[in-house]
Write a protein that binds this ligand. Structure first.
Ligand code: FCB
Length: 457
């Protein structure tokens, strides 16, 4: 097997000089539960993550997002940092439980006020807001009524989407409905490693359909209140390569690929659920009502692509060949899969526009030199992946922006605060922010529109 190694000494230099268009969006991405904190401030309701984090053993370090990066109170400082990094866009998510503490019904205007202030401040600092309406923090009240396996959750989501869009529409034109529906359905309702921590294939399949219905309904409602809205969805992709060509390996490759890479984009692109795996899972599709597939396939304006790694699957679960490079998450570093993915998506679906809504790496603790955080491994990872994006654009894929995951070290879900994805280090005791070397380098890239060599090169 060939493994491309991100060569510590050469990778950023190898991609250096590639130039992006002048209007390219350079941003960073975050999500509400991972950074906001202020869990019980200004009337926020309980989310499934508050509840899940309290479950013994659910989070590796026993932590939660109760305080996180305290972004709710420090957003001005964080926006000033983004401006210092020459960024011109910011992807964040809106916490549904701040807007509807009970998931539906009475609107909490204090919650809306927060995002209003955030958006105003972003615009005042020259940053284009790109909100995502759902990044996994479902109001607990809705989970208590069945959660995503229940269709009413999708209907409540559409109401919530409309309320938020109506409030921000005079200043926000770009919207993303949901983040990574695969993770919502799979980790939340099948493996149980994410909130709400349930494990049922039946529920997971029902959830997978309802998140797509939620997307379709919300897209209609946003378009009804935002003139010329640009609406999309954020999907994650992990290209899958089989080990060998035994029938068992190919079967597993196809199932994993259908579930992780096709289950959402295919219906959105108008191709329906992947038939091979619908069959293999014996899904009776009883949740799919007449008109649903058309609703889901209404054209999106933008596809948000999250990419971190690829997956190699053998005939047996867990069978993995050796790798030459991986991140602190144990995710293989394999940049060329990113370029292939973008070209493949565009060839199959031909969406109008793509944004790279997440890409980045948790790396082992960085070295410190004279108080500076030297994280060349992260810098090399981003450089190599930006190179792939640039090449895909040269090959005709209309990518209009790149959002590094993440602006800040933050609460990495079930892993707690161990993995650090931030361009900016956050001292969780003092809340002190400190841009890492990768952030300073990324600032140069954003300013020049060009992949730069390492700062110290
Ligand atoms: C993605 C999530 C994001 C973050 C990164 C590392 O799946 O959307 O919140 O956890 O992974």
């Amino acid at each position: 097997m060939t493994v491309v190694h991100v060569d510590e000494e050469r990778a950023s230099t190898a991609e250096a000089g590639r130039r992006f268009p002048n209007d390219f969006l350079w941003g960073s991405a975050t999500s509400s539960y991972q950074i906001e904190g202020a869990a019980s401030v200004d009337g926020r309701g309980e989310s499934i993550w508050d509840r899940f984090c309290a479950r013994p053993g659910a989070i590796t370090d026993g932590s939660s997002g109760e305080v996180a990066c305290d972004h709710y109170h420090r957003f001005e400082e964080d926006i000033a940092l983004m401006q210092r990094l020459n960024l011109n866009a910011y992807r964040f998510s809106i916490a549904w439980p701040r807007i509807f503490p009970q998931g539906r019904g009475k609107v909490n205007t204090l919650g809306l006020d927060f995002y209003d202030r955030l958006v105003d401040s972003l615009l005042a600092h020259g940053l284009r807001p790109l909100p995502t309406l759902y990044h996994w923090d479902l109001p607990q009240a809705l989970e208590d009524q069945g959660g995503w396996p229940v269709r009413a959750t999708a209907e409540a989501f559409a109401d919530y989407a409309e309320v938020v869009a109506a409030r921000l529409s005079d200043r926000v034109g770009n919207w993303m409905t949901l983040n990574e529906p695969f993770v919502v359905a799979n980790h939340g309702y099948l493996t149980g490693e994410h909130a709400p921590g349930r494990s049922s294939l039946r529920d997971s399949l029902a959830a997978s359909h309802h998140v797509l219905v939620a997307h379709g309904l919300a897209m209609e409602r946003i378009r009804s209140v935002v003139r010329d809205a640009n609406v999309g969805i954020v999907l994650n992709f992990t290209p899958v390569t089989p080990v060998g060509d035994s029938p068992a390996a190919i079967d597993r490759q196809q199932i994993v690929n259908d579930i992780e890479n096709r289950w959402y984009v295919d219906p959105i692109g108008g191709h329906g659920y992947p038939p091979y795996t619908v069959d293999r899972l014996a899904w009776d599709r009883s949740e799919v009502r007449s008109g649903d597939m058309e609703l889901i396939a209404r054209p999106i304006d933008t596809l948000g692509v999250n990419f971190y790694s690829r997956k190699v699957v053998g005939a047996l679960e867990g069978e993995q060949p050796d790798r030459r490079a991986e991140t602190a998450m144990g995710w293989e570093i394999y940049p060329s899969a990113f370029g292939d993915l973008l070209r493949g998506l565009h060839k199959t679906h031909g969406f109008q526009r793509y944004l790279i809504t997440e890409n980045g790496a948790a790396m082992p603790d960085a070295d410190r030199v004279d108080g500076r955080v030297i994280d060349n491994d992260r810098l090399e990872y981003i450089a190599a992946h930006l190179g792939q994006v640039h090449q895909a654009m040269e090959d005709g894929v209309p990518v209009e922006g790149y959002f590094a995951w993440s602006l800040l070290d933050n609460f990495e879900w079930a892993h707690g605060y161990g993995p650090k994805f931030g361009l900016i280090e956050v001292d969780m005791t003092t809340q002190r922010r400190m841009p890492k070397q990768s952030a300073l380098w990324y600032a140069e890239v954003a300013k020049s529109g060009e992949i730069r060599p390492r700062l110290d090169a």
